[in-house]
Design a protein around this ligand. Structure first.
Ligand code: PSU
Ligand code: MN
Length: 323
């Protein structure tokens, strides 16, 4: 049974959802626009393995030939990775156009949340979320990821956000829209390549069980929206702040000089930071995504348990129709 006529849930994922096996959603813009080929394909497949090794079923999400997909084949992942920045980057606004054109698109955090929620998947692992860009007072560049977090009931496990963004304004925006930012075993907001930043998270929670209880309470009482679970990069893969900041400053300067804006802005910055810092940042990026996949799997396992113990609230089912 499909909840949405535009959606294909892979049989393994569907079976898991129906039999109480934990599932973790994964996004595809990180494959096409977030990392170079062929490390992007290798990483996507490794992340799926990591989810499996930690007791959950992976559901990588994208739009393939006009179908919303929760669960991709290896061939789909290979195609998205090979196409790279040629493939359409799909956020909420773009979804119906790509579907109507029967085209293929890579989903951002926002559109991955939408499709995950349609399928009934509550936990999603990625690298970093979009946010309020530096200079947003002038450019108005605020990622649609933040609005999605305000409305769609999916927990997003990430390593915080890259400091291509204005982290302070990103936190302010999330606060305004009622999106909690949880630090996993940390008080400080992780900044992707580094374990901490100058800013504090809203709540520090130290176990996947506690995180699952909070999610269950939020959705059980019918509160809309998602949650950011910020998981610091493992210390051995963290990067020196100065090296990363220098690369980010240069990338931002180049983007300004070349007049890069709109949906091109984030992919441009991601690619330049990756080029300027060479293999080091890519290795760190891969490790933090694997780390997030492990935590998301643990949260998903606990969520299934809490749902079993406390009952699966009707509000969670009802939430699926409203996405
Ligand atoms: N930040 C990263 N890596 C990524 C992205 C952001 O460190 O791959 C991707 C995600 O798919 C995110 C998207 O949802 O960029 C945000 O794009 P925009 O700022 O245009 O909303
Ligand atoms: Mn933007």
């Amino acid at each position: 049974m499909n909840l949405n006529p535009y959606l294909d849930v892979a049989p393994e994922v569907q079976h898991a959802l129906h039999s109480g096996v934990p599932v973790v959603a994964l996004e595809s813009t990180i494959i096409s626009h977030g990392m170079p080929y062929s490390q992007n394909v290798q990483t996507a497949l490794r992340v799926e393995q990591e989810v499996r090794a930690h007791g959950a079923v992976p559901a990588t999400i994208a739009i393939v030939n006009g179908r919303l997909k929760a669960g991709l084949s290896v061939a789909d992942i290979e195609q998205l990775g090979r196409s790279g920045r040629e493939v359409v980057k799909v956020s909420r606004r773009d979804v119906p156009f790509v579907v109507a054109a029967e085209a293929t698109g890579a989903t951002t955090v926002a559109s991955t949340m939408i499709i995950a929620a349609m399928a009934g998947i509550r936990v999603f692992a990625t690298g970093g979320i979009g946010g309020v860009h530096r200079g947003a007072a002038e450019s108005f560049d605020v990622s649609a990821d933040l609005q999605e977090l305000a409305r769609t009931p999916v927990a997003v496990v990430c390593a915080g956000a890259k400091s291509i963004l204005d982290l302070r304004l990103t936190l302010e925006y999330l606060e305004t829209h009622g999106v909690p930012v949880v630090g996993y075993q940390t008080r400080s907001l992780p900044a992707f390549f580094t374990r901490d930043s100058a800013f504090d998270v809203d709540y520090r929670l130290d176990s996947p069980e506690t995180i699952a209880k909070v999610l269950h309470a939020k959705w059980g009482m019918g509160l809309d929206g998602g949650m950011v679970i910020a998981n610091p990069i493992p210390a051995e893969y963290a990067m020196p702040r100065e090296a990363i900041e220098a690369a980010i400053e240069q990338s931002l300067e180049e983007a300004r000089a070349q007049g890069v804006g709109g949906k091109e802005s984030t992919p441009f910055l991601l690619a330049r930071v990756c080029e300027l810092t060479g293999g080091d940042s890519l290795a760190s990026n891969i490790q933090l995504v694997l780390n997030n996949a492990r935590l998301a799997s643990a949260i998903s396992r606990c969520l299934v348990q809490v749902q079993g113990a406390l009952g699966y609230p009707m509000a969670m089912r009802a939430g699926l129709a409203g996405v």
